[in-house]
Design a protein around this ligand. Structure first.
Ligand code: SF4
Length: 317
């Protein structure tokens, strides 16, 4: 069988359908522009979370950092563009942006308030799309109507934090939502033609390799646009730091990479990968100690896939 190579630009031989390459092709095919780079802007919309304010739970999911999983986010798109200008200078690249509302639960507010924040981000120069991270149990009918309207006007995806399909793990991690909530949210969003990106965490306490792969399989059975996979990071200030201070999600980077490649092999080629490694800042990271070495992990994954001559979707039937 011939391997699928998803991106050969810039001399790459990527065997994974990464969202960065997908977006670049997407905008070129639409003829909107010829961008050199589509950059995600991490935004903090000032929302809270029903798993912190008492309406669903208190204390949050055990792995959640105090910032609500968005340690590098800015208040506005313009602020984040300025912050990133060193990394992606506008005079060297043709830059376009996706405004990514990342921190806490970004649909946990009245639809009018969401509209103001989402539309302000979309009005920023060179912002060509919107991504909204949220909980599966937090999409009211009025929010669904707003998302449907925005989806008709701009490029949109909604990221749902599933983390695991196993309700016993979900309870142990204090997620305060379950698989039925997720399945319902996917059905309602995809029913309106809205792209869904599913977030899964690998290495949650008590989960075997087979349980993690079962979560991946379940997510891929539905018509989702993308998957975000990464290892559990135990970070300072999280519930896990206090509840399980000695827990280490993987014995080694190699063990994580082996599991991740097994997951990629069962993910259909059309599903985009939005993350395959963690990005907890080194200053807050407790375990796994190697998890902050993102570039090393990514390079090792691509190298190992070439060595094994495997690719995303190889074992899909
Ligand atoms: S991970 Fe998401 S749902 Fe869980 S407490 Fe943090 S912001 Fe809330």
């Amino acid at each position: 069988m011939e391997p699928i190579i998803y991106d050969t630009s810039d001399g790459q031989q990527l065997r994974i359908n990464m969202i960065s390459s997908w977006l670049k092709r997407h905008y070129e095919e639409l003829g909107l522009t010829s961008p050199a780079k589509i950059v995600k802007l991490s935004l903090d919309g000032g929302f809270t979370c029903p798993n912190r304010d008492g309406s669903k739970g208190t204390g949050g999911c055990l792995f959640c950092s105090e910032s609500g999983s968005g340690d590098m986010a800015s208040k506005t798109a313009a602020e984040q563009i300025a912050l990133l200008s060193g990394k992606w200078p506008a005079d060297k690249y043709d830059l376009k942006y996706i405004a990514y509302f990342q921190n806490h639960t970004n649909t946990y507010a009245p639809a009018d308030e969401l509209r103001v924040k989402f539309e302000a981000a979309l009005k920023t120069a060179d912002v060509v799309g919107l991504a909204v991270a949220t909980r599966p149990d937090c999409i009211s009918e009025e929010v669904l109507d707003l998302l449907t309207e925005l989806n008709a006007k701009t490029f949109l995806w909604v990221e749902l934090g599933l983390q695991t399909i196993h309700d016993e793990t979900a309870r142990a991690m204090n997620l305060c939502h379950d698989l039925a909530d997720y399945d319902d949210a996917v059905r309602r969003l995809t029913g309106r033609g809205i792209r869904v990106v599913t977030h899964l965490i690998l290495g949650l306490p008590g989960e075997t390799r087979e349980m993690m792969l079962a979560s991946v399989r379940h997510a891929c059975r539905q018509r989702i646009f993308g998957l975000k996979l990464h290892m559990l990071n135990v970070v300072r200030g999280s519930g896990l730091e206090h509840a399980m201070p000695d827990y280490v999600p993987f014995d080694s980077m190699e063990e994580y990479i082996d599991l991740l490649i097994s997951a990629l092999e069962i993910i259909p080629p059309e599903i985009t990968l939005h993350r395959i490694s963690g990005d907890a800042p080194r200053s807050t990271l407790i375990a796994p100690a190697w998890s902050y070495k993102k570039r090393t992990i990514l390079n090792s994954i691509h190298k190992e896939m070439r060595l094994r001559n495997t690719w995303q979707g190889r074992l899909c039937t």
